[in-house]
Design a binder for this molecule. Structure first.
Ligand code: ADP
Length: 405
């Protein structure tokens, strides 16, 4: 079974085409600057890279070009589009309706549209990607895999905010959490690597990319996570502030004469590591500047690390213990400094890091010493593979029900 994984953003479509026999990525790529000048497709096949500068007015044109490339004589990997068994779509917000991945039908699409107000930047382009794919591949089933779904297992004490309850009842204002596909994948991988039973395992997963979130996962279920109603809450991120006193929002408007849009922009796009350092949102730049003595960069790094360490403490309390801590995503996978300095805070948990292992560059590694009471791991995240696996499972289940498999 060959599955196309599609991740549609507002001006981009990322894709991977995966052969599920052996879970091999046959090719992958990115259509970027959709709807803006300079749009292009970057397609990767083995070690070769194709860059096509082509006008793509919308997601439909982008997906058409992607599918043309998949069947291209030189750059393609299939002869005919009918070889695509199914399409797995990343969808950011599934709200309370979706606690797992689903086969997309009219009703699901309607529910996604109804949820759009909860993720106005993400869900509409996700839906555009689904509609465009349905138009070009009307007979190919599609599956939606949600960022929020894994966190639907959180108990009320973790997802209800201490604001009047009617805001939850009437408006569904609550913690949803994001990056669920990644937290699910790396927590499960950690159990496998450690040869532990996932259903009897307490793990804290740190997804540290441009966006960052941390989750407490107990016995295979997310019990708490740092992103909330939106992806703005929690850790310090590249440009997002994470946790702040909400009264700052009111103060900025009332006393600093900023309008709501300006405030939202500051907190989403000008804060975090970029805001503190006034230098960059990219952790590589921050580490380099801190190394060469830049005070603001040092402060940004310190605050970034401190916030992660605080959450690990909180989540250890939430689960009454922790067996393993996992680092993943761009920073989690590539920054030995961040990992080491977070673990420096965890002496009370008897966490011990093997510096050599921490410095080695491998996709998966146990970086704690054998006598560390808590295992610390680096696990490279693979959200596309989870989407493809879920898609395969749902399609096969559907075929079984129809007695076709
Ligand atoms: P996204 O959330 O956009 O998917 P990624 O998971 O790709 O983000 O993470 C991007 C972050 O990873 C950037 O801040 C980048 O600086 C950081 N990063 C990548 N490589 C390194 C490295 N070698 N050392 C430190 N940070 C790194």
């Amino acid at each position: 079974m060959k599955i196309l994984v599609v991740n549609s953003g507002s001006s981009s479509v990322k894709y991977q085409f995966i052969d599920m026999d052996g879970e091999k990525v046959l090719c992958k790529g990115l259509a970027e600057r959709i709807g803006i000048s300079g749009s292009r497709l970057i397609h990767k096949l083995d070690t070769k890279k194709l860059v096509l500068d082509r006008e793509m007015k919308d997601h439909e044109q982008a997906l058409k070009l992607i599918l043309e490339t998949l069947t291209d004589k030189e750059w393609g990997v299939i002869k005919d589009l009918s070889e695509i068994s199914a399409v797995g779509h990343r969808v950011v917000h599934g709200a309370e309706r979706f606690a797992s991945s689903v086969l997309i039908d009219e009703e699901v699409l309607k529910a996604l549209e109804e949820n759009s107000h909860l993720a106005p930047l993400h869900n509409p382009p996700n839906i555009m990607g689904i509609l465009a794919t349905q138009k070009i591949l009307p007979n190919t089933p599609g599956v939606a895999v949600f960022d929020t779904a894994f966190h639907q297992s959180m108990p009320e004490k973790a997802f209800i905010y201490a604001i009047p309850y009617r805001f939850y009842q009437e408006h569904r204002i609550r913690r949803y959490g994001f990056h669920g596909t990644s937290h699910r994948y790396v927590s499960k991988r950690a159990a496998e690597i450690l040869n532990r039973d996932y259903s009897n395992f307490k793990v804290i997963t740190c997804h540290l990319g441009n966006g960052a979130s941390i989750s407490a996962i107990m016995n295979g279920r997310s019990v708490d996570t740092s992103m909330g109603f939106t992806p703005l809450e929690g850790l310090v991120m590249g440009t997002r502030c994470g946790d702040i006193d909400p009264a700052i929002v009111v103060y900025m408007q009332e006393s600093l004469n900023m309008n709501l849009k300006e405030v939202y922009n500051v907190l989403n796009k000008e804060s975090g590591v970029l805001g503190i350092s006034q230098l960059s949102s990219d952790m590589r730049d921050i580490e380099e500047a801190a190394e060469s003595g830049n005070k603001a960069a040092k402060m940004a790094l310190e605050i970034y690390i401190y916030r992660i360490a605080k959450y690990i403490g909180a989540y250890t309390a939430a689960m009454n213990g922790v067996d393993a801590i996992v680092f993943t995503a761009g920073i989690g996978e590539n920054s030995p400094i961040v990992r080491e300095r977070v673990c420096d805070y965890l002496g009370y948990l008897s966490v011990k890091i093997d510096k050599e292992k921490n410095n080695s560059r491998s996709k998966e590694a146990i970086i704690s010493t054998p006598d560390s009471k808590v295992a610390v791991l680096v696990v490279s995240t693979n959200e596309e593979l989870v989407i493809a696996r879920d898609t395969k499972e749902i399609i096969e289940k559907g075929l079984k029900e129809l007695n076709l498999f």
